[in-house]
Design a protein around this ligand. Structure first.
Ligand SMILES: NC(=O)c1ccc[n+]([C@@H]2O[C@H](COP(=O)([O-])OP(=O)(O)OC[C@H]3O[C@@H](n4cnc5c(N)ncnc54)[C@H](O)[C@@H]3O)[C@@H](O)[C@H]2O)c1
Length: 712
């Protein structure tokens, strides 16, 4: 043995080559944590002082190296710029030492070589990959750029265009795609290590020119100055357009490459460090890293809740409308057969037509074969009676939003299905506990709240009623996971989690309009904050009728959500302007050639708003932002305080996945943390005159006085 560590072992192979084997103790994958980095430096030193004729980098796990240890990022990035630079400099010494080894080297990539894993491979002279391997630089998704020489080595190995495409997109690439741009030198189906040894023999025999490779990797990329300038100007524009103003990492990465390709390795690495530090010290990277941890937290929690639940072998959905059709499609797509029941043949026809349309789109995009699409469609069994519903393990009720209808449907269903069948409702506004009154066995009942459109929206709120059993929650969470959705379990209350928080936000919007604010300015301010659409546009998409109905439910549930005036939303509803669905709301809509609604100005809207508002007056962007975010964030705090949701992470992810709260901001509670709990309370007090919605809840006051945060 040349070196024995907890993450790496280096030994001499019978061929006389050293094998640096990555095999992190007590982990299913190799990753570049601090320990692995340190040991890599030590392993390289021991190999360098051995008699090895060449070096193979390999993995003893089923995959190569999946990247950095993201759990270490939070602590690392918050230490300050000097510490981040020092970490980068030390790490890059190791990668440079690999590139400068006195003997040739090759990376034997047996699986995923991502981020730091791929940077290690690029530091070696050669790369041989298993045909199933994937490589790439996903750093951009975390708001950072490759920091171990990726922006320096990829342009020199694979050319400027590939480097820009790969690094700015963050996408994984297949071994074949890597071979196309010389990011790997060879693909093999078996005998990876032997192939690596053969490459080293060829290098030693002079059949592969190691010196030429190394000198190319250490010098500036040979491209004329003006050509380079034109290329990067275009690249930066395209990347900026694709990533948007709120996600600076891709543009910063391209700018680092632009500087880096014009200089030698040392200066190119400096340009990379500068870009990395700029990003790592910013809020966007901190929030996106937290997002990664949040995703893992949610997945882990859902797995734990669903543990032991029998997988749903067959499901059923009652109501083949917008939601029922979407649920049936999603269930079939993910392989769980489903019976779709409606009272009207026309309903079933519509539901099936929707599923067919969605599948045809996938076939057209080349994501599904026609045969597979037919097989998926075959998993949807439509019916006008209950016979086939009886054998379903879980039934989702998605009939019209009417309490009396739902209660009678639920009671009818319960009388027909076995005791073990889980019954869930997709209601958006009716109390789970009230609906449970219709059942003789309410333990088997809970909410399963999907979002529209079902195939696109990742969140499912699983709502626990007062009598819902843990087994019912477990089965429903398991089914949501089987559908490829992210379930978040919440307790019953008006609006559940997501709508309960959305309506105070709409309330703050209506209040601003009532005081004479311009809805176009409000939409612009919130879109600039990062929302995909502002509140007026969102109301049009949700449906003005749906909003009026839900607002009434919320106002009945929470006195603070009552609005002491007739709002513009009420006016629009009264005159039948229901938003996108009727062609007119705050904006006007007409269908384009693909049937998609196109937005334009509604010439009547100012008169509608004026009829129920004070005279129009100027509001600063700041006041608009503060009032809307206060209403939304304070209600999120209340949900956490009351135990409607278990944790800050689940509350924030509910808003991000269910409402489109900007991901790069990390969620409502994360935003409060960033403003500071104390400052946020003070801000709330400034607006308390607007009503109880703006009063800071006790738990926030407590955090403010103790100096604590929602996120540790
Ligand atoms: N549309 C949304 O954005 C959305 C989002 C989340 C939740 N929801 C909820 O989902 C449910 C369905 O909403 P939708 O938008 O799909 O409504 P929809 O009006 O499009 O569809 C309702 C369907 O239920 C059928 N139906 C009525 N009575 C029935 C019965 N007794 N048995 C079987 N089928 C019956 C109708 O024929 C119709 O096809 C509602 O509770 C709604 O609040 C809707």
């Amino acid at each position: 043995m040349l070196f024995t560590g907890q993450a790496i072992k280096a030994s001499l192979l019978p061929s006389g080559f050293a094998c640096v084997m990555f095999d992190l103790d007590e982990s299913s994958v190799n990753k570049f944590d601090q320990l692995t980095l340190r040991e890599l430096g030590e392993a390289i030193a021991s190999v360098e002082s051995s008699a090895a004729r060449g070096v193979v980098f390999a993995s003893a796990k089923s995959t190569f190296i999946v990247g950095a240890d993201i759990t270490e990022f939070g602590g690392l990035f918050s230490q300050g710029e000097d510490e981040i630079r020092e970490w980068l400099v030390q790490a890059n010494k190791v990668f440079n030492a690999i590139e400068d080894l006195s003997v040739p080297s090759v990376a034997a990539i047996n699986g995923a070589a991502l981020g730091g894993g791929f940077e290690l491979a690029l530091s070696a002279d050669f790369r041989v990959a298993a045909s199933t391997a994937i490589v790439g630089f996903p750093e951009i998704n975390l708001g950072i750029l490759p920091g171990f020489g990726g922006t320096v080595r990829l342009p020199r190995t694979s050319g400027l265009q590939a480097a820009v495409d790969w690094i700015s997109s963050g996408k994984h690439r297949s071994a074949a795609q890597a071979l196309e741009v010389a990011a790997v030198d060879m693909i093999v189906d078996e005998g990876l290590i032997e192939s690596a040894e053969r490459i080293l023999e060829e290098a030693l025999a002079g059949d592969r020119d190691v010196e030429a490779i190394r000198s190319r990797k250490k010098q500036a990329v040979s491209v004329a100055d003006d050509e380079r300038a034109v290329f990067f100007e275009k690249a930066k524009l395209a990347v900026a357009r694709a990533s948007g103003k709120d996600y600076p990492a891709a543009v910063t990465a391209v700018a680092a490459m632009e500087k880096g390709v014009a200089c030698d390795r040392a200066d190119a690495l400096k340009a990379e460090h500068d870009g990395f530090i700029e990003l790592a010290a910013g809020e966007c990277a901190a929030n996106l890293v937290q997002m990664f941890l949040n995703d893992q937290f949610l997945a882990g929690k859902a797995r734990a809740i669903a543990k032991g639940a029998e997988p749903v072998a067959k499901a059923a959905v009652l109501g083949a409308g917008i939601m029922g059709g979407g649920i049936a499609y999603q269930s079939a797509l993910r392989g769980t057969p489903i019976v779709m029941k409606d009272i009207a043949q026309s309903g079933l026809d519509l539901g099936l037509a929707e599923a067919k349309k969605l599948l045809a789109k996938q076939v057209k995009r080349g994501k599904l074969s026609e045969q597979k699409s037919q097989a998926i469609l075959g998993l949807i069994d439509s019916s006008l009676d209950y016979e086939k519903v009886k054998s379903a393990g879980l039934v989702v009720e998605a009939v019209v939003e009417n309490e009396a209808v739902k209660k009678s449907v639920l009671a009818e269903l319960e009388a027909l299905v076995p005791e073990t069948t889980v019954i869930a409702t997709n209601t958006s506004t009716i109390s789970i506990d009230s609906l449970a009154d219709a059942l003789s066995n309410p333990e088997r009942f809970c909410g399963m709240h999907f979002f529209n459109p079902v195939p696109l929206m990742p969140l499912v709120e699983v709502i626990r009623g007062a009598q819902t059993s843990p087994e019912t929650v477990a089965s429903t969470v398991a089914y949501a996971r089987a559908l490829g959705k992210t379930p978040i379990v919440v307790n019953n209350c008006p609006g559940f989690l997501v709508n309960r928080i959305l309506f105070p936000y709409f309330g703050a919007f209506s209040t601003l309009l009532n005081e004479g604010a311009d809805f176009r300015q409000i939409d612009r301010v919130m879109e600039e904050f990062g929302w995909p659409m502002g509140p007026a546009y969102l109301l049009d998409v949700v449906g003005i009728d749906t909003a009026v109905h839900a607002q009434a439910v919320m106002a009945e549930g929470f006195e603070r959500m009552q609005l002491p005036f007739e709002s513009a939303i009420d006016k629009l509803f009264a005159q039948g302007d229901l938003g996108q669905k009727s062609g007119r709301g705050f904006y006007s809509y007409s269908a384009d050639e693909n049937g998609r609604p196109q937005r334009s100005a509604n010439p009547e809207i100012d008169a509608v708003i004026a009829s129920c508002s004070q005279a129009s007056r100027e509001f600063s962007d700041e006041e608009i932002r503060e009032r809307l975010l206060l209403a939304l964030c304070l209600e999120t705090v209340r949900c956490l305080e009351e135990g409607i949701v278990d944790s800050a992470i689940e509350a924030d992810m509910g808003l991000i996945l269910g409402l489109g709260f900007p991901r790069f901001r990390g969620g409502a509670l994360r935003y409060v943390d960033q403003v500071g709990c104390k400052d946020f309370c003070e801000l709330a007090k400034r607006y308390e005159r607007l009503g109880a919605m703006f009063a800071p809840p006790q738990s926030l006051l407590d955090l403010a006085s103790s100096g604590a945060k929602f996120y540790a």
